[in-house]
Design a protein around this ligand. Structure first.
Ligand code: ATP
Length: 296
């Protein structure tokens, strides 16, 4: 059995002259949550459409469960749960009718889990879809994507535009799902704090290209946010190894660096400065620094 659920190699996609994705490599092992992050228009949805077989690779290869999703849609889609921001649901159905209609397609539907989600999400089965709020619709969409226990879940901005309470409920359900053995999740979002709470591995896309791809743990360990103080005013910002951003001055600077702390300490000493604070930057701070970096 292939250890990777998703294997994307050298994938590029153009719409007209513009690259939506350029030379993308992503490997997702079984049983993890992959956070796919990037600002609006970065290429996240385009990537997910390739996984669903809705777009054919122009260059490179896309394999899901070791199959080409364009050539074998049944073999791939039957094992994928998909939830997007713009999920279409039949407005005239009640929640219960919609669930009954959907589960007819999936023999592996988990009735107990369905009941648990209805209760956790505080949904009323008799309510018509057309009368639901945005958050309630998102919860119904999530319930349907989760309850048939797919091997791979693709969430494209699932909680975009929802209030923090609904977002938290949805994330809790996602986390509960990953504790189910062997399931894999791709969570695409521009809400980096959300991704940071659940992801094992992160792929950051900027203008169609991957700017960072690693486990969350390694990303956290590799980046340091330093406050560096000097005895005297500095005309220019200090240059430190792996520096992605540096602001402040003239005596105190706040610098975000991707480098080992020992190397940074030596570099600051050589500049006759002191590190007065060293913290772990958030994923959001790393992302902003990465995409604006003059030196990567
Ligand atoms: P968002 O967070 O806003 O959903 P995204 O990261 O999902 O953004 P994509 O929807 O993948 O971004 O779009 C990537 C780029 O490709 C954008 O510049 C977009 O305008 C372009 N694009 C996507 N689909 C098409 C299409 N069918 N025709 C032309 N251009 C497209």
């Amino acid at each position: 059995m292939n250890e990777y659920v998703i294997e994307i190699q050298a994938l590029s996609r153009r719409f007209g002259k513009k690259y939506a994705l350029q030379d993308i490599d992503v490997k997702v092992p079984r049983g993890i949550v992959l956070g796919l992050v990037g600002e609006n228009g970065a290429g996240k949805t385009t990537l997910i459409k390739h996984l669903l077989g809705l777009l054919k690779a122009q260059t490179g290869t896309v394999r899901v469960f070791d199959k080409n999703p364009v050539e074998d849609p049944v073999g791939v889609l039957g094992r994928i749960g998909y939830l997007s921001e713009n999920r279409e649901m039949p407005q005239w159905m009640s929640i219960n009718e919609y669930i009954r209609y959907t589960k007819a397609f999936y023999p592996g539907w988990d009735m107990e889990y369905e009941k648990e989600l209805i209760s956790n999400f505080e949904l009323d089965r008799t309510q018509l879809i057309k009368h639901l709020s945005r958050g309630q619709k998102a919860k119904v969409g999530l319930l349907v994507a989760l309850a048939y226990k797919p091997d791979l879940l693709l969430f494209d901005e699932p909680s975009s535009g929802l209030d923090p309470v609904v977002r938290r409920d949805m994330l809790t359900a996602i986390v509960r799902t990953i504790t189910e053995e062997g399931r894999t999740i791709v969570l695409s979002s521009h809400l980096l704090d959300e991704v940071e709470r659940v992801a094992d591995q992160v792929v950051m896309i900027h203008e169609g290209q991957i700017v960072l791809s690693d486990t969350l743990e390694d990303i956290r360990e590799a980046h340091h946010q330093l406050i560096v103080r000097f005895e005297q005013d500095q005309d220019q910002k200090p240059i430190l190894p792996g520096m992605l951003s540096c602001e402040g001055g003239p005596m105190e600077w706040s610098c975000l660096c991707k480098e080992k702390i020992d190397i940074l300490k030596t570099a600051v000493q050589n500049l006759k400065g002191n590190i007065v604070e060293c913290t772990s930057p958030s994923l959001d701070e790393i992302f902003v620094a990465r995409v604006k970096a003059d030196t990567i």
